[in-house]
Ligand binder design. Structure first.
Ligand SMILES: [Zn+2]
Length: 207
């Protein structure tokens, strides 16, 4: 089970995570998780370019290792990248040492310098308190306020689009996935979403 719109209670419970950046500006932060992978990530880059949209990609380290040129393209397009662990680990099922080592392995695969403020998003949004405490020293932990559900095979492409349109506000952080699982919903919803908000005067920036 998951929420398309993040409940306020959850946000209040974890005030040190970034859930959205409320603003009166017509500004949206799109995020893409789980890539980079051939075809899907390439398609996302092309689609974002068509609307001059910038986004943030939370990459899986193992995909960066497999497709380094594609990872380079994401950066070359002016998007921001964040850490999403090397093996897409579920924090609730992983001990602290293994989790931190996996995050570090992802950082190295991405070639990002330590010490600079980096972005991290936990796979499944799941982290233990101690994992979060450690990572907060080195990373800004980015969650979301709008989950499109593009990964959900029980959700039709049109439902996915309608949820995304309905819950987005100025400063929203919106989750899509550049993954094979999400591909069908993504390829329907993303261009229509970009068109809808661009026509309404919104612009899209990396976090
Ligand atoms: Zn993920």
């Amino acid at each position: 089970m998951y929420f398309h719109q993040t409940p306020w209670l959850l946000k209040r419970w974890h005030p040190h995570f970034l859930w959205s950046q409320p603003t009166r500006e017509p500004l949206i932060h799109l995020t893409f998780d789980d890539g980079p992978i051939p075809e899907v990530t390439e398609w996302v880059l092309k689609t974002l370019s068509a609307w001059q949209a910038k986004a943030t990609f939370f990459c899986v380290g193992d995909n960066v290792r497999k497709y380094p040129a594609l990872f380079g393209e994401v950066i070359a397009h002016g998007h921001r990248v964040g850490n999403h662990t090397f093996h897409h680990l579920n924090g609730w099922r992983t001990n602290l040492a293994d989790y931190l080592a996996n995050v570090e392995r992802c950082r190295q695969a991405m070639g990002l310098p330590p010490g600079k403020p980096l972005l991290f998003r936990p796979p499944y949004g799941r982290m233990t308190r101690s994992q979060a405490c450690w990572l907060r020293q080195f990373y800004r932990i980015v969650m979301w306020d709008v989950l499109t559900g593009d990964f959900d095979p029980n959700l039709s492409p049109d439902q996915c689009l309608r949820n995304a349109l309905r819950y987005t506000q100025g400063g929203s952080i919106v989750v899509f996935h550049d993954s094979l699982k999400a591909r069908q919903n993504l390829q329907y919803a993303l261009p229509r979403y970009l068109e809808h908000f661009s026509r309404a005067g919104y612009y899209f920036e990396a976090i």
